[in-house]
Ligand binder design. Structure first.
Ligand code: NAP
Length: 311
């Protein structure tokens, strides 16, 4: 039975960064990824805020270089889907659809995903005016109108943040009352750049290359409203904040979590020795590429230390 020093689950920025550091430290490492490498950042057409990235950088180009680096350091990679994990023993067992893999240590880098709004046109306009991350994409909507879907803490907090850039921010919420904390609601009500459309759902997003319009339905009276882009702008932004979920179902009951996010210490250690978690799947305050790659580096270095102590 082949036993790797390290298995990394997930090949987004956090997993790839862990791979680079582990490969460079000569750990016998396997990365398991079910899709393409890159994770959520593959949907990002322009990265402005990753240090060293100028506007020529896109999610895919940044990921391509990370993948090359991982290969250069001799890290193995398989495309397979993890279906079960056994983490307690000294040898961890990762059961996938195609094969079962074994390792002395595991770095979980499975990521998280925004819950889709469930609107017609969602797939077409993702990354073309429809976003799920205000920190990532807010600055692209400078002086444009922006619509935020959702009524929870994220929707209201991010709507307030988006007023820094947008001409006006309108929160579209499916009920009369917002779910967000009262303190956040008060801030939003006081903000002159924020409007509300309540009891309303977004039915359809329309346009060509970018968003040019959308159709709303009032769920109380069934009235349909069409919103069109200001002719001077030609487009507007839509941000979906109807929930964000870590991909952590496999670890429920096995690792300590909070709201589904895996709890780690500052060295990325979970409650099980030899098991680390990095990137968006972990409980943390800022989910960005820059923090994901930092997590990956820290976890790989800690893995090396753990293996040395075990030897
Ligand atoms: P959330 O609290 O679950 O709120 C999701 C919002 O989206 C709700 O208002 C919900 O409407 C609406 N929604 C759900 N599905 C929808 C759909 N298909 N179409 C339209 N609207 C839909 O999610 P969240 O705001 O991302 O927050 C997640 C967790 O993180 C919460 O525990 C929150 O407190 C926490 N958080 C805290 C802070 C903070 O403390 N500052 C900031 C961000 C997040 P209904 O209200 O009708 O259900």
């Amino acid at each position: 039975m082949k036993i790797f020093d390290l298995i990394i689950i997930g090949a987004g920025p956090a997993g790839l960064s862990a791979g680079i550091y582990a490969g460079r430290a000569m750990l016998d490492t396997l990365i398991i990824e079910k899709d393409l490498e890159g994770g959520q950042i593959l949907q990002t057409s322009e990265i402005e805020n990753y240090p060293g990235s100028l506007d020529i950088e896109s999610g895919p180009t940044l990921i391509d270089r990370m993948v090359e680096q991982v290969k250069k350091f001799g890290v193995n990679k398989v495309t397979d889907t993890v279906v079960d994990v056994s983490l307690d023993g000294e040898i961890k067992v990762i059961k996938c659809e195609k094969e079962t893999y074994h390792a002395k240590t595991i770095i979980i880098a499975g990521g998280a995903a925004a819950v889709p709004i469930g609107v017609e046109g969602e797939d077409k306009f993702r990354g073309r005016g429809l976003s799920y991350c205000a920190t990532c994409d807010g600055p692209f909507f400078r002086n444009l109108n922006v619509y935020v879907v959702g009524g929870g803490d994220s929707a209201v907090q991010e709507a307030i943040y988006l007023t820094r850039f947008a001409k006006k921010v309108t929160i579209i919420h499916r009920r009369q009352e917002l779910r967000a904390a009262k303190s956040l609601q008060e801030k939003a009500f006081k903000n002159e750049k924020i409007d509300f459309i309540l009891d309303t759902v977004l039915k359809k997003i329309t346009g060509g290359d970018v968003i040019e319009g959308m159709i709303l339905e009032n769920i109380k009276n069934g009235n349909i409203t069409e919103i069109k882009a200001d002719p001077d702008d030609g487009t507007f932004g839509v941000f979906g904040f109807v929930g964000y979920k870590p991909k952590s179902d496999l670890y429920t009951g096995k690792l300590s979590t909070e709201n589904g996010y895996i709890i780690t210490d500052e060295d990325m250690r979970t409650n099980i020795p030899g098991v680390f978690a990095v990137g968006d799947i972990r409980k943390k305050s800022l989910r960005q590429v820059v923090t994901a790659v930092a997590d990956g580096a820290i976890a790989a270095v800690q893995t090396e230390k753990y293996l040395e102590e075990m030897a």
